[in-house]
Design a protein around this ligand. Sequence first.
Ligand SMILES: [Zn+2]
Length: 325
Amino acid sequence: MKLTADQEERARRLHRQALVWDSHCDTLIDIAAGSRTLGEKGSRGHLDLPRLQQGGVKVQIFAIYIDAPPYLRRTLEFISAFYRELEENRGKLTLATSMAKIEEAAAQGEVAALLSIEGGEALEGGPAILPCLYRLGVRALGLTWNNRNQLADGIAEARTGGGLTSLGLETVAAMNRLGMVVDVSHLSPAGFWDVLEHSRHPVIASHSNARGLHDHPRNLDDEQIKALAARGGVIGINFAPQFLGPGARLETVLDHIDYIARLAGCDCIGLGSDYDGIAATPGGLEDVSRLPNITRGLVARGYSDSDILKILGGNFARVFSQVIG
Ligand SMILES: [Zn+2]
């Protein structure tokens, strides 16, 4: 990518000014396993505090992904490991549970960290313990990973055509009441439409791409993108090469942004890297320190200042301020 000196300067200014927001990483898997820490710049993985700072990230959503039982116990272990990191990185990393806290952290030069749960297995039977998880700081939840659970079918259950169960609908209602953001990434198409019909608040797809550009079940089709956008939701562009398409690199991420922008406008686009949850990364986005390349790419492709600020984080800020307050 070749930018003029003026364009480079404009990209640097916009990146500094933006509330740069990444809506999905799986870094807590390593942190909970004790194989590395957030405070140290690692040679492994894609994301830690030094690299978040280098990449100009102001808001990072940390997902809690549990792949095997005991789900709730392991969820609490992930949260405990995360709290340990907050203690060890005081003044640099802070738990954000509201937009006011996010803005306060950003103003003080701290990275605001939000907790989300990826997969309703953690609830072990429905929304009864949601208020407790809310009090621990969880502000978003994806009802499923790829597989079916008690709340809904994930994208791997294509054969059944199933959506949300009654318990899933109760969970969405409880999340709406509490002020937790519903995340539809990984959810089956029928589940997606159930959530859109029943959620009183805008929803996010924290890490999904455009199926119209690359036909993968983890991506959203045109109708899904338009409907999510029409209800004020946001899609975080995922950097996983298998969801981006063949030969994925920085330009491919920008192609997905272009596609969604043409289809549904710029108000529904954000970044959802999936760092530390993906085996490979696109050239130009090797780890989170490379995020300024997205801004450079948006400048090169002629996006306006206001659209760039929205894509980098303004859109997620809008939804979260509406839902979590
Ligand atoms: Zn995921």
